[in-house]
Design a protein around this ligand. Sequence first.
Ligand SMILES: [Zn+2]
Length: 165
Amino acid sequence: MTHIEDLAPYGCFEKTVLYLPDRYISFRHDPARTLAVGWLGDDCPHSGPVDGGLLDAVRELMRHQSIALTRGFHTCEICGPVAWADMQEGEAKVLAGEFGNGELRVPGEGGVVYAAPVMLWHYLSAHGYRPPSAFTAAAKEFVSSGRHRDMALLAPPDAVVQLHG
Ligand SMILES: [Zn+2]
């Protein structure tokens, strides 16, 4: 998966696409205010004890967010090559958090938005990855506020809304 330094401007895609049950919402995000977190590539630069509160928050984000989905899924380059039999189980492993598809968004202080891959869960739980403390605080605050349950709140007023079908 793409490696991006933590807190560097996120520019993987020009647009953010939110996949809601009945519609999708797309908008152009500002790369300068959209900061990368957890785009590790094949190396985990900061590790330490796992923050249980952050794990719970990321699980909650995964339950309620469906963003920037792609065909297929990501696997962990730190763990190394994945056996074909495991690839066949890809969908189940995405659901279990071992493989990732899509991204997570967490609003932070001063109008920034953190953009993390869904693989974040695996990096935290399997590799003890320690994200920037500002992200950890923002993720916990976002989830405890309950605002993460309404993904549409992430979209600006001029976002494009399209119904499915
Ligand atoms: Zn791994």
